[in-house]
Design a protein around this ligand. Structure first.
Ligand code: ZN
Ligand code: ZN
Length: 380
């Protein structure tokens, strides 16, 4: 229950105050008085890149959602660089994240429900001992069998100090810039990368479009994708959480999915889970219809528009029915028939044809929406 205020989570509060003072006060003063070398900037950038990708492709898509399989060298990379991000062990991160998906927006269960306020969703949920922030390890029983994850969880704090303070200090020693390196590659990089991740819980649940589902507050936000290695397409992610992609179109900025695909090509990842395109287009079209119908009901009745939307709606239902019929036919055909290359190809081309039909309809509805708004703007 989020009634009243529970006691402060002292370790977290002290950490956040200290790291913000170092990043926002000490680092700029040091930068002005002494300056930072190219080595410090390069180290900060590389740790930001590797740790961000490890949270996105590792903590989130590999372990929380099991959206693909990874070979052990890749897992080791994600565990080490994920620890650099200082977002807790994989086990704790995934336990909370799975609860977030299961009870999204529920102020009684979601650890960072946006309905409890932007601040709470962004960082407030970590500053007090809220009952919703408690970790339920039952959620990650499948991950606890992995010795690598158990090892990281057991030694998390020593690893964190070693990586976030020890590594920058050691690299600083090598180039004769210990304080600059600790401030830039340690504190500044941490504050920047952590707030980028926190924005997924706050901004990606309040700013952007709901392209695939209006069942929860998650939003697609292309700007946020730029700062979070592709995690900004959060509405897609909540709708299709076991997909290894967040940006489903090839042009969506999603380095997480590109890394996973590249690792798959290199033999380091396998069994990548992709939601069938038809299901994605169907969800997208349903949202377009909802928006168009909202437009229609919020203004003067317009027969021509209403008929156009109804026609599209009919076509949509027909295509969905046909797709379900092909699905049923394929199930009936059984696995033996699917081993027949010719029949398999025939099914694939029928599915592709239906997908293309929905693709064309998505474009038609988008232009209908544009015309609608231009028309309405013209009549105002
Ligand atoms: Zn979310
Ligand atoms: Zn997720």
């Amino acid at each position: 229950m989020l009634t009243g205020k529970p006691p402060l989570a002292t370790t977290n509060v002290v950490y956040f105050i200290a790291v913000h003072l170092l990043a926002l006060v000490a680092a700029p003063i040091w930068g002005l008085l002494v300056g930072f070398s190219g080595w410090a900037w390069l180290t900060a950038g590389l740790i930001w890149l590797f740790s961000g990708l490890s949270i996105t492709a590792g903590y989130h898509r590999l372990w929380s959602h099991r959206s693909y399989h990874a070979a052990w060298p890749l897992k080791l990379f994600f565990v080490i660089f994920g620890t650099f991000a200082l977002q807790n062990s994989v086990l704790i991160w995934c336990a909370r994240h799975r609860i977030h998906h299961r009870f999204v927006d529920d102020i009684e269960r979601d650890p960072h429900s946006i309905r409890t306020g932007f601040w709470h969703a962004h960082i407030g949920w970590m500053l007090r001992h809220w009952s919703t922030s408690e970790v339920d390890f039952d959620r990650v029983r499948d991950l606890e069998t992995d010795p690598l994850l158990r090892w990281q969880h057991r030694h998390y704090w020593i690893l964190t100090w070693l990586l976030n303070l020890g590594v920058p200090a050691f690299l600083g020693l090598l180039v004769g810039e210990v304080i600059g390196m600790v401030l830039l590659a340690g504190a500044v990089r941490l504050v920047f990368s952590q707030h980028c991740t926190f924005f997924i819980n706050s901004l990606a649940h309040s700013w952007g479009k709901r392209h695939y589902s209006d069942q929860n507050s998650s939003r697609d936000n292309g700007w946020l994708a730029l700062l979070t290695w592709g995690e900004g397409y959060h509405n897609f992610h909540h709708a299709f959480q076991s997909d290894y992609r967040n940006g489903e179109r090839w042009w969506h900025f999603d380095p997480g999915k590109w890394l996973i695909a590249a690792c798959s090509a290199a033999g380091l990842a396998s069994k990548l889970n992709r939601t069938p395109t038809f299901k994605i287009r169907r969800a997208r079209l349903q949202m377009q219809f909802i928006e168009l119908e909202k437009g229609l009901t919020s203004s003067e009745p317009d027969e021509t528009w209403a008929r156009a939307i109804e026609r599209e709606c009919q076509k949509f239902t027909e295509t969905v029915n046909q797709w379900q019929a092909v699905q049923a036919e394929r199930v009936q055909a059984g696995s033996a028939a699917l081993r027949d290359r010719w029949r398999k190809r025939a099914f694939r081309s029928r599915f592709r044809e239906l997908e293309q039909r929905l693709n064309a309809q998505v474009r038609r509805l988008a232009s209908l929406q544009r015309d609608w708004y231009t028309n309405k703007a013209g009549t105002l």
